[in-house]
Design a protein around this ligand. Structure first.
Ligand SMILES: C[S@@+](CC[C@H](N)C(=O)[O-])C[C@H]1O[C@@H](n2cnc3c(N)ncnc32)[C@H](O)[C@@H]1O
Length: 313
């Protein structure tokens, strides 16, 4: 179906055309998606569409809408088209250089808040929170925004690490938009290494008594899953998804690095796929034999997170 040209088309008219095109492209949520695309194309809030159905689009607004709908029909993710994804009640700017934050990952923020609370109750009040593989910054920025907006903590430092420089640029942009930029240290490199370097302490001989909480939603798709990705997911960065043969290669490297911190108490909260529980536990135990691991389910009752304490408190 071609996008009908014409002058004086109202929002109602173009919405109808947009919906039809998306439906034909087998986009399930064609109605709300058409509205979100229209709202982005005319740069007005979605409510404007309901209150002004007779509004006639300008030539450039019509052009934007047609272009966005065409790209969505090719299964480019909606968030990359409109440039925004809501996560933990906040708006995150996203583009093809970062993974689109997933709703299930919000559970990781709640677990981190719980962990912080428990640590404080033991009398520790100096904490470093390190988000490994920050992507758009969704995890660390949501947490920083929540903590800084409350009176949860006095001495807390936030770190965001990624091996992708392009994603760090997006995370920084999001930090600015959310007004927390000056509270976050952005670090480029492999897993926990840049954090250790940044603290400028002797390698792996950290004297400081700061408690460390590592948060990680590292790539965990298996090679088989990588071959059968949904059309939309194919547009997302491979290095944000690909976890090697069994999906756990990056986590293996992560725990090998964490093993070097043996004498420093820390916690790690990780997101995994439900079927990876047993192999994940083996990886943790091989690197951190003294640690305690608890698995936590997501809202769909599937094992999604692992909380590791080393040593157990
Ligand atoms: C699944 S995405 C998660 C992004 C974001 N934290 C979220 O939850 O939406 C994984 C991220 O880890 C990063 N990454 C992959 N391997 C890494 C490594 N060895 N060191 C640092 N970051 C890595 C990727 O670039 C990507 O941004």
């Amino acid at each position: 179906m071609k996008f009908v040209k014409g002058s004086g088309l109202t929002m109602q008219d173009v919405l109808e055309q947009g919906r039809k095109i998306l439906k034909k492209a087998k986009i399930e949520q064609s109605d709300p998606e058409s509205e979100l695309i229209l709202s982005a194309a005319i740069r007005k809030p979605r409510e404007f569409i309901y209150t002004h159905p007779e509004y006639a689009l300008s030539r450039s607004e019509k052009g934007n809408f047609a272009n966005f709908i065409k790209r969505r029909a090719k299964r480019l993710p909606l968030a990359y088209i409109i440039g925004v994804k809501e996560f933990y009640g906040l708006a995150f700017f996203v583009n093809k250089n970062v993974l689109i934050p997933r709703p299930e990952t919000e559970g990781l923020i709640d677990l981190a808040l719980k962990e912080i609370n428990e640590i404080r109750q033991t009398g520790i009040d100096k904490i470093d929170i390190i988000d490994i593989g920050t992507g758009s910054g969704a995890i660390i920025l949501s947490l920083a925004k929540t903590i800084l907006g409350s009176r949860i903590m006095n001495d807390i430092a936030f770190f965001a690490v990624d091996k992708s420089k392009k994603s760090l640029i997006i995370a920084q942009e999001n930090a600015k938009r959310l007004g927390v930029n000056e509270h976050i240290q952005f670090l480029h490199g492999n897993l926990i290494q840049p954090y250790l370097k940044s603290t400028q302490r002797k390698r792996y001989k950290i004297q400081d008594a700061r408690y460390k909480i590592f948060l990680a939603n590292l790539p965990y798709l298996t090679s088989k899953e990588m071959k059968n990705l949904q059309p939309e997911v194919r547009y997302e960065p491979r290095q944000a998804l690909d976890g090697g043969k069994d999906g756990l290669d990056v986590y293996r490297s992560f725990f090998k690095q964490l093993a070097k911190l043996q004498n420093n108490p820390f916690a790690a909260i990780c997101e995994i796929a439900p079927g990876q529980k047993n192999e994940f536990l083996k990886i943790v135990k091989a690197s951190l034999p003294q640690s305690a691991t608890e698995f936590i389910k997501d809202l769909s009752s599937r094992t999604r997170f692992a909380a590791i304490e080393n040593p157990p408190r």
